[in-house]
Write a protein that binds this ligand. Sequence first.
Ligand SMILES: Nc1ncnc2c1ncn2[C@@H]1O[C@H](COP(=O)(O)OP(=O)(O)OP(=O)(O)O)[C@@H](O)[C@H]1O
Length: 213
Amino acid sequence: MTPLLRAEGLRFAWPGSAPLFNDTSLALGPGLTWLTGEDGSGKSTLLSLLAGALAPQAGRLWANGHWLHDDPAAYRRQVFWIDPQTEAHDALPAAGYLEGLATHWPRLSEAALSDLVDGFGLAEHLHKPLYMLSTGSRRKVWLTAALAAGAPVTLIDQPFAALDAPSARFLADCLADMAEHPSRAWVAADHEAPPDTPGSRVRALGGRTGQGF
Ligand SMILES: Nc1ncnc2c1ncn2[C@@H]1O[C@H](COP(=O)(O)OP(=O)(O)OP(=O)(O)O)[C@@H](O)[C@H]1O
């Protein structure tokens, strides 16, 4: 397997807390990896670390030819991640946010974007500012961005959270396609891996004991 993302010797503790990760290393190749674990096991924290959005206390990260410590901007152009709670884009209409993605993600597929807007039933919401959207619709905007951006590595936190049943089915089909992807790596974090994504891998976090994987 040729990795697209490598983490070496990551150590991370939130201030005043026991380490969540202590000498954690991983290598992710093409296809879909589920990052699983109970509440508070560190899934969201690990995605933030892999995204280069949160600095580890030790260790280093590499994505598709770029070390984070050498060239943070180049590293972050390899890894799509969005904090599902972000309010950073709230003032933009959903359409404006999605149109702006091409500036940062040169491999973004306009055709995929359009299919995803249809698949998630987002067309009627595109003119609305993001702060006016329901949690589910905002999450569909983030999923549309993640799935269309064309990043070598894509990190998605709790992909099914707050989705209506048709959107969850549509997403499950998208994830099944990702599991087969020959050249892009996808990481989805959730409490458990759904049973219907054949070909995907599972990496379980070890709970609140600081054991990492
Ligand atoms: N910003 C923060 N400051 C301090 N502690 C935090 C912060 N974010 C998370 N934590 C703590 O780190 C631990 C791991 O949280 P994290 O959200 O990464 O876990 P998770 O596996 O994603 O949980 P969930 O499934 O509930 O989303 C928890 O004990 C949490 O309280």
